[in-house]
Design a protein around this ligand. Structure first.
Ligand code: SF4
Length: 346
């Protein structure tokens, strides 16, 4: 299987997952195209570029530097400010594992967690198995041993204003923190310890209002963890999708765009507007799906089950097309909606 995945990707180095890309898997769990490309380690950003559909993906430079400054401020002087926002005692031990190489940091993280006493553990390096690959996770967080339980602390730079924050950003942070909880639980299991020592409640620390004053909120990520588990087991079983691909299909980003478009056509995509914030290939998939009802979002797709194109929707609404038996209910609703719209406009 690994040879086939390497062939699909071509000579490029496999793109490794990180917590953000693993979290993004939950954005569109039904998409076979993403599952295959991710399993093969294809660089989707380069692929989108090669296809002529680059997206503006990732954090802006401003958001990145604001995030780094906020994190540095919280962690200065052995996490003095972070301690106060977490309500942790000044005498709580602080261990920074950040200076070593990846392998050493991972070994050190295992050693520290094997003998976890109450401590703030900065820059731990965790691993998670994703589609048969070991993915290193370099959290910008502190694992916090508190009252005998390990708690993930996720530092984000988006603001909490009047106790409210952007819900999309909070849910993305919750999924990312859930990735860390899963990785920490796996690690404890490997160490022969009880994985439930890792709390499913994570602490999100953000700037409050328009200042850099930190505010901590606790999020329960059990739901995100079960979605992630489902997605990861699905990724582990992409072999049947890969075996079904015709020989010679390749997503090598040095190929001509025409060949790449043809190759992508062999793997079913399920474009939804949510892809725009979760997948590097979204601008291409949106273009490919334009004119289809699926491009208008899941609610529309489900409400118009069995009607694939916008053209067909209009024809049914205007009575230019006779509905099939399965389309009869949707067609009646569409005709009623068109009538109401005409009445409202007149
Ligand atoms: S953008 Fe395309 S490949 Fe990515 S998840 Fe959406 S449909 Fe799948």
């Amino acid at each position: 299987m690994q040879n086939r995945l390497d062939d699909l990707r071509g000579p490029a180095k496999a793109k490794r997952h990180n917590a953000r890309t693993i979290a993004a898997l939950t954005g569109n769990p039904g998409c076979s195209r993403r599952a295959v490309l991710d399993a093969a380690g294809v660089d989707k950003l380069k692929l989108a570029d090669r296809l002529g559909f680059p997206g503006s993906f990732g954090q802006s430079r401003f958001a990145l530097s604001r995030g780094n400054a906020f994190e540095a401020m919280l962690k200065a002087d052995d996490c003095e400010l972070l301690r106060s926002v977490l309500g942790a005692s000044a005498s709580l031990a602080y261990q920074d594992l950040g200076a070593d190489s990846l392998g050493d940091r991972h070994a050190e993280t295992e050693r520290v967690l094997a003998h976890a006493h109450a401590a703030l553990i900065d820059h731990p390096l965790l691993t998670l198995e994703v589609a048969g690959q070991t993915v290193y996770l370099e959290p910008d967080l502190v694992a916090y041993a508190h009252q005998g339980r390990l708690q993930v602390v996720e530092i984000k730079s988006f603001a909490i204003v009047d106790d409210q924050a952007d819900s999309a950003k909070v849910s993305a942070a919750a999924v990312q923190a859930a990735v860390y909880v899963l990785a920490l639980r796996d690690l404890l299991t490997r160490l022969g310890k009880d994985p439930d020592l890792v709390s499913h409640n994570v602490v999100l620390v953000c700037p409050e209002n328009f200042s850099l004053n930190p505010k901590a909120v606790v999020l329960d990520v059990r739901k995100q963890m079960s979605t992630l588990r489902r997605q990861l087991s699905r990724l582990a079983s992409v072999s049947s999708l890969i075996e079904a691909l015709p020989p010679g299909v390749s997503f090598d980003v040095t190929l001509e765009p025409l060949h790449l478009v043809e190759a992508l056509g062999h793997v079913e995509a399920r474009y939804a507007p949510e892809c725009l914030s979760a997948c590097e290939l979204s601008v291409y998939c949106r273009h490919e799906a334009s004119g289809g009802t699926a491009a208008l979002g899941r609610t529309v797709r489900e409400a118009l089950g069995g009607i694939e194109s916008v053209e067909e929707v209009l024809a049914l609404a205007e009575g230019r097309q006779e509905p099939t038996e399965e389309q009869a209910e949707s067609a009646a609703l569409l005709r009623a909606a068109l009538r109401l719209r005409a009445e409202a406009l007149s």
